[in-house]
Design a protein around this ligand. Structure first.
Ligand code: NQM
Length: 353
């Protein structure tokens, strides 16, 4: 399925080996990793198209389905459950209904998804006229050419979901290696830095930033220094924290972003990544102060290389974020079986219906 601006395999947990090492070997083979082109698998040769949703019956009373997100590396033999993915999440509601896990109503159906990676619940609202998922519609999200049915997502209680605190270093702004940063986790651990502090405008195209070896090395060195301070331990081989360069908005939004995820630069921005960035924008003292233009703290437009991402907040009286809502779309692309070498899997294949 395409989920938001990402694409991945949606697999029933029961169709995968229970042993984690075997499961990971099967997923690496299914995607064709490690290989920069993923030529021997179904991965799309980019972190945004090398993703897996593992789906199973809910393990908590307030959820309809469990969703474990796995990031399959493209050019390394690693599979990580260390982060969430709000884009792939967008496909989980429709998948749950299409696969009989959730009964649809006539009109709109709310699906409560337990995001196993963080132990938090997201609510997805799926268009279900006549009790059937409707993927067609007029909703447009930047980074996806076609329109589709809207899938609003609402996140509650995601502050510190991974790092244990919204501001895991205990401070809204830190200085590391001469660079001011804001480390924040409102659903995704993100380090915000002003692009100008790193010698770039923050308006460059992703491939231009990716080919800047000096910048990449600097960003990675800051990331590895900050990982332990964000309660993430040694992050050298982890996909978090994400590293986000912020600059003044170019198209009337609140702020412009370029996000290292962490080795490639996102063509857009991750869902929970955008929620974390938008949250920093409404925090006095963050590195976005003087960079972000905030018309209303309840609606923050986070610009990215292919458009903008609107995050709507419910705030308490003190201005603290209670919940975040945003719009995604999703589409089923293919339903079938993906084959892996027989020695990896008892019956030589893994099905993903
Ligand atoms: O932040 C990419 C994506 C993501 C993650 C990444 C995401 C999120 O665009 O919730 O969606 O940052 O690795 O799919």
């Amino acid at each position: 399925m395409r989920g938001g601006t990402s694409r991945g395999l949606y697999i029933k947990a029961e169709d995968l080996p229970t042993n984690i090492a075997r499961r990971d070997a099967v997923l690496l083979a299914a995607m064709g990793s490690p290989d920069a082109r993923q030529i021997d698998g179904v991965g799309g040769a980019h972190p945004l198209t090398s993703k897996v949703a593992v789906l199973s019956a809910p393990t908590r009373d307030d959820a309809d389905i469990d969703y474990l997100f796995l990031q399959v590396s493209v050019d390394a033999a690693t599979v990580s459950d260390g982060q969430n993915c709000g884009n792939i999440l967008a496909g989980v509601g429709p998948w749950a209904i299409d696969n009989g896990v959730v009964d649809a109503r006539d009109g709109l159906t709310e699906v409560a998804v337990n995001m196993v990676n963080s132990g938090t619940v997201a609510i997805a609202t799926v268009c279900t006229p006549g009790g059937v998922v409707d993927y067609e519609g007029d909703a447009r999200i930047d980074g996806v050419p076609a329109t589709a049915a809207p899938i609003p997502l609402t996140f509650l209680g995601i502050a510190g979901a991974t790092c244990g605190a919204l501001l895991p270093t205990g401070s809204v702004r830190d200085s590391v290696d001469g660079v001011d940063v804001t480390c924040i986790d409102n659903g995704m651990p993100v380090v915000l830095m002003r692009a100008s502090d790193l010698g770039v405008s923050g308006h460059e195209a992703p491939d231009e930033l990716e080919s800047n070896a000096t910048l990449k090395a600097r960003v990675e060195s800051l990331r590895c220094a900050l990982g332990p301070r964000m309660n993430l331990g040694d992050v050298a081989h982890k996909t978090i924290p994400k590293m986000c360069l912020v600059a003044t908005a170019e198209r009337g939004g609140a702020v412009s972003t370029r996000t290292f995820i962490p080795h490639r630069v996102h063509e857009a921005i991750g869902v929970l990544g955008a929620v974390s960035v938008a949250t920093a924008c409404v925090l006095p003292g963050a590195v976005t102060d003087g960079v972000a233009a905030i018309d209303s703290p309840e609606l923050i437009d986070v610009e990215h290389p292919t458009g903008a991402f609107s995050v709507a907040f419910e705030l308490d009286r003190e201005g603290a974020v209670i919940s975040a809502a945003l719009l995604r779309t999703a589409r089923t692309l293919f339903r079938g079986e993906v084959y892996v070498p027989a020695h990896l899997y008892d019956d030589s294949h893994v099905s993903h219906t």
